[in-house]
Design a protein around this ligand. Sequence first.
Ligand code: NAP
Length: 366
Amino acid sequence: MEKISVGVLGATGMVGQRYIKLLENHPWFKVTYVAASPRSAGKLYKDVVSSKWLIGEEIPADVANLTIQDANDAKLAVGKCKFVFSALEMGKDEIKALEEAYAAEGIPVVSNASANRWTEDVPMLVPEINYSHLDIIKKQQEHHGWKKGFIAVKPNCSLQTYMMPLHALIQAGYPVKRMIVTTLQATSGAGYPGVPSFDMIDNIVPFIGGEEEKTEKECLKILGKVDGDKIANAALPLVSSTCTRVPVIDGHTACVSLEFDLPEDKKPSLEEIEKIWTSYKSVPQELELPSAPVHPIVVRHEENRPQPRRDRETEKGMACVIGRLRKCAVFDVKFVALSHNTKRGAAMGGILNAELLKSKGFFDNL
Ligand code: NAP
């Protein structure tokens, strides 16, 4: 099978570098186009990135010698790649306009940025949960008059730690009314160079700009339904979150307490919850998408797990690893969950979205 040529916008950044590495031997996609800011444009990828390459292995040889283009000019990508991953860090309005410019040029955009997450006709995908939201893409194309291009986005990385366990319970008939979430988020989540070392070493920062709003609201769109020409949000759960930055390189942890929207005698036992989580599978597993974890949720029983250093690479960095499932004295149950923020939460999650789109025919006529 001939590979589909792809571009990476923001290829020099924290998430962009992950894309470049993860796509190195991808069975379906091949990187042929890299773009970043005007500061990097015109230079070879290896010359810009070698001093800040963060992935720990060599820069893939076929990308190292590509010339970086200015991501602000969508026309430059025409004919160079069929679709793009967007890992840009710019103002929201600028990113929104740019992603639309690529789609208008007939180039689908699979984005990690938050700029289009709340656009009503843009799906915010976690493929295991809301693959049915792909139906909105046709409406999106009609609204804009786009024939081939479209935009699909990923949610915030903090949500990936608990969305699948939450969805698994709701899907099994155990709706959740309220949740309290406290996140301990890795420094790589702040991009490169990120939080100054003096703020991060020997410290915890109890605030991440905009993160709590995202953590509390994005789950409602993901759990929502396509309703005519928009995605209608779910009404529950009500979420209260506290998001903190901790001195961990990769891997976001979340401490979650939840309350079921059910009478006492209908609430699941801890054993039932674990069974639901460990048997959870969905469309990416059925389709055997290359980046899909075989087990999307992994439950650990050691009293001191999950831990970022020990558990973040579980299932290629694509699993949600859960431990410390127990009764909650205030709500019903509580647990600790972990996911890899630059893999499941960013680049590999974006690649899984693209694999789902390809397998559902969205890249057929590019
Ligand atoms: P980053 O390390 O700061 O990288 C930003 C990228 O954007 C670089 O390639 C940079 O190019 C490019 N850029 C900056 N200003 C630009 C401009 N004016 N025009 C064109 N390109 C420009 O950020 P990151 O952590 O990789 O995050 C990228 C996106 O993914 C963000 O929207 C972020 O919110 C989202 N995200 C990140 C994570 C994570 O864990 N890090 C998780 C989920 C989502 P130069 O190198 O040339 O400056």
